[in-house]
Design a binder for this molecule. Structure first.
Ligand SMILES: Cc1cc2nc3c(=O)[nH]c(=O)nc-3n(C[C@H](O)[C@H](O)[C@H](O)COP(=O)(O)OP(=O)(O)OC[C@H]3O[C@@H](n4cnc5c(N)ncnc54)[C@H](O)[C@@H]3O)c2cc1C
Length: 382
């Protein structure tokens, strides 16, 4: 993988920031108003090359290093959560497919996804089971075809995608054994796709509830072997993705802080701007320190992952845990600095506050991150 040199990367970062603060804000207004992501946003992001930043050059990507990509993701995350979601998912999901893809599968799924011509939804969560080894969606084999039955829900882009990257198990298997990762055509027979109601934040992105009843999926669309399903879902892809979500928290917190600093400078009470009150200035100072600490831990985790170090997995969970808790504190204080007007629909901090709450679920809850970290430190202690 190549890496943009310092000058060209700095130019790219300036372009991204100008996009986020200019057209990105216009998209944010439209998304909140219409409660849907305009098709034009996908096209615009694709045409600007923002959906292939993290992929290698020989896949048609920009070939940025992971830490360079994260610096751009911080900027995208200052925008509307749905815009960030498109950038994050498109720049990440190819990794998951690629790990086990055959050359033919790479041509069919990975390269068009990197080009922005194929939309893939990561389809793991189930309404009737825990995420991971507990999953219940199952397949039975009939010659060259799997027949897929079961339910998935909360699936981002699950209505508008071209393929579901879906995780199921061979019927009768338990735990990690017998799990399969399948590229399932959105228009397969035997599926009912129900768009889910509006979410609290991340508005405009569609989410699907899916019910499969013996839906036929070619065995050729399986990534890896039977038994590799959870490795595709949670293996090499999850660590960089968690680090990406941690950086998303940093970017969104930075936006909240910018809004709070601006408001504190402009709003005058009792003859002085809010920023002149020590109580308000200290809240902003705490936010600044909180954001920087999370940013540095996230970049540290990223560098360890780039270097192939064995502690990268635990560090990715630590970064996500710390960054998401930081985001909760920072957005709460930023809203408080705004006073009551910040609670009103139409004020940007109100949207940022709602969007921030979703980060507590993406790429695993805090409870799951703590489980991962605890497992590592207890194993190291033995
Ligand atoms: C906006 C949004 C978009 C999403 N997009 C996608 C998507 O595209 N694809 C996808 O597959 N999923 C998606 N999800 C689902 C998300 O990944 C899950 O919500 C998350 O992993 C938590 O799983 P759950 O909702 O099944 O919670 P549950 O498993 O029901 O857990 C409920 C609570 O109990 C805790 N808990 C559960 N099990 C344990 C345990 N063993 N030990 C301790 N605590 C436990 C959890 O931490 C959580 O706090 C999305 C969610 C949101 C909010």
């Amino acid at each position: 993988m190549t890496q943009a040199d310092g000058t060209s990367f700095a130019t790219l970062a300036r372009e991204v920031e100008a996009f986020v603060r200019g057209p990105g804000e216009a998209y944010a207004t439209a998304i909140e108003r219409d409660r849907s992501v305009p098709a034009q946003l996908w096209t615009d992001l694709r045409d600007r090359g923002y959906l292939r930043l993290a992929a290698p050059v020989d896949y048609g990507g920009a070939g940025l290093s992971f830490t360079q990509y994260l610096q751009l993701l911080e900027l995208f995350s200052m925008s509307h959560a749905s815009l960030r979601m498109i950038v994050h998912v498109c720049n990440g999901v190819w990794r998951s497919i690629d790990q086990f893809a055959s050359d033919e599968q790479r041509k069919k799924f990975v390269l068009p996804q990197v080009a922005g011509d194929l939309r893939v939804a990561f389809t793991l969560t189930e309404p009737t089971a825990g995420t991971g080894a507990d999953l219940r969606a199952s397949v039975t084999r009939d010659g060259d075809t799997y027949l897929l039955s079961g339910e998935k829900h909360l699936i981002t882009f699950g209505v508008s995608c071209d393929y579901w990257l879906l995780f199921a198990r061979c019927e009768g298997s338990t735990g990690k054994d017998g799990t399969v990762a399948l590229m399932v055509d959105r228009h397969v027979d035997g599926v009912r796709v129900t768009p889910m109601p509006d979410t609290m934040g991340v508005r405009g992105t569609d989410h699907a509830h899916l019910t499969f009843d013996r839906a036929p999926v070619p065995v050729a669309n399986r990534l890896g072997e039977e038994g590799d399903g959870l490795t595709v879902a949670l293996g090499g892809f999850l660590t960089p993705s968690r680090i990406g979500v941690a950086m998303t928290c940093v970017g969104l917190a930075r936006r909240a802080q910018e809004l709070a600093v601006e408001h504190a400078g402009n709003r005058v009470t009792f003859g002085r701007p809010l920023a002149a009150r020590q109580a308000v200035a200290f809240a902003l100072a705490e936010n600044a320190a909180d954001i920087e600490a999370a940013r540095q831990l996230t970049l540290h985790a990223a560098r360890r992952w780039e270097a192939g170090e064995s502690d990268a997995g635990a560090l990715s969970s630590m970064a996500k845990l710390v960054a998401v808790d930081m985001l909760t504190r920072v957005t709460d204080k930023a809203l408080q600095v705004h006073g009551g007007i910040g609670y009103w629909e139409g004020s940007t901090i109100e949207r940022v506050y709602r969007d921030a709450r979703a980060q507590r679920f993406e790429e695993g809850t805090n409870e799951i991150q703590k489980t991962v970290i605890a497992r590592e430190i207890l194993a190291a202690g033995r």
